[in-house]
Design a binder for this molecule. Structure first.
Ligand SMILES: Nc1nc2c(c(=O)[nH]1)N=C([C@H](O)[C@H](O)COP(=O)(O)OP(=O)(O)OP(=O)(O)O)CN2
Length: 164
């Protein structure tokens, strides 16, 4: 078996999605109004085919990807690392200051993410990082992973990792 031969498993399923609110921040003074998207994700994993004729069980991968979607589903996503947004937690409320604007949300509705902006490219990088540390991937001979996030038909951002 020639282990130099690699395969790429591509996962793209309708149920790999999350509905979330957000607003993209373009500058210290310009942002979108609060709105939502039905975001979708997809993932490609490159690995050698094992002696058993399988790279890895992609059902495991689908379950992990669905779990990553579920963590973001039905929440208002706020970027903790935006230089233009100051976020406070007060009495089970989340207050986001954008310049002089004070946006107030119930804590239960908000998910603070360690990203600079809630864009598809930042979400793709975050979800790829979260995927790579999932225990289900431990010990697997994965050579490359590409994770895509879409905010609507025809617009995707992909974040990728590969072995050196
Ligand atoms: N580089 C990026 N640019 C923009 C992003 C982004 O994530 N990365 N996001 C936005 C906004 O979220 C905007 O709301 C995107 O929505 P829009 O393109 O309007 O989505 P639609 O599905 O409605 O697109 P249509 O072309 O109108 O169908 C802006 N920029």
């Amino acid at each position: 078996m020639d282990t130099d031969i690699l395969t790429r498993i591509e996962i793209s399923k309708e149920y790999l999605n999350f509905s979330a609110g957000h607003f993209t921040i373009f500058s210290a003074t310009e942002r979108e109004n609060l709105h939502g998207h039905n975001f979708r994700i997809r993932c490609n994993v490159t690995a050698p085919i094992g002696a058993d004729g399988m790279a890895f069980d992609y059902v495991m991968l689908k379950r992990v990807l669905k779990a990553l979607c579920d963590e973001l589903d039905e929440r208002l996503l706020l970027p903790e690392r935006s230089p233009h947004l100051r976020i406070e937690r007060v009495d089970r409320m989340v207050i986001a200051w954008f310049g002089e604007e004070r946006l107030t949300f119930l804590e239960r509705d908000v998910l603070l993410l360690p990203i600079r902006n809630v864009t598809i490219e930042e979400l793709a990088e975050l979800l790829l990082a979260r995927l790579r540390v999932r225990p289900e991937l431990d010990g697997r001979d994965l050579r490359a992973i590409e994770l895509g996030v879409s905010s609507g038909d025809g617009q995707w951002a992909f974040s990728s990792w590969s072995t050196p």
